[in-house]
Design a protein around this ligand. Structure first.
Ligand code: MG
Length: 177
């Protein structure tokens, strides 16, 4: 017996990665309660001279994860955050997303703007459960149904690092399709 699974002919893998609590954590608790992982003060204001500062920690292992994902697919950011916020985080932490691969709040909110991305096998890596992520799933479904990969949330603690074994596990899930 031969079982054939549906696969996109082109074998493109579109990997969407969430930002907050997946790659970074912004400290909204104030200076008295800093994150355990070193915070960086980030100005997200895009206009020159204006200041809108957020203290943010980069999740240990986050850039390693992105590096590994870029070896096996096309990697996009998909976030409920504003464009200015996402772009500032991407730049300061060297997350490596070209600006046209950052899909922000506007896309998540409306989830019917079709992204200029070829159809493929789609993945969403996010700290939320799939039940709490209806809009993002709908957005990605325009390209085909996503495989949902929920990872533990990052709240600024060292023990919440993305480990090498987590990366290997995620890569394995995506590669085997
Ligand atoms: Mg999140």
């Amino acid at each position: 017996m031969q079982i054939k699974e549906f696969k996109n002919q082109n074998n493109i893998k579109n990997i969407f990665v969430d930002l907050d609590e997946t790659l970074i954590h912004t400290n909204l608790a104030g200076k008295d309660h800093p994150n355990e992982v070193e915070e960086v003060e980030i100005n997200i204001a895009s206009e020159l001279g204006r200041k809108d500062i957020y203290p943010v920690s980069l999740r240990p292992g986050a850039t390693k994860l992105l590096f590994a994902l870029r070896e096996i697919g096309q990697v996009y950011m998909l976030t409920r955050a504003t464009k200015d916020y996402a772009i500032a985080m991407n730049k300061v932490f060297g997350l490596g997303f070209p600006v046209d691969r950052i899909y922000d709040r506007e896309f998540v909110k409306r989830f019917n703007i079709k992204p200029n991305i070829p159809n493929g096998n789609n993945y969403l890596i996010d700290d939320l459960s799939s039940y709490d992520n209806y809009e993002k799933i709908k957005f990605i479904e325009q390209l085909g149904p996503p495989k949902y990969i929920q990872i533990k949330a990052f709240y600024g603690f060292k023990e919440e690092a993305i480990t090498s074994s987590m990366i290997a596990e995620i890569v394995e899930i995506i590669k085997k399709d």
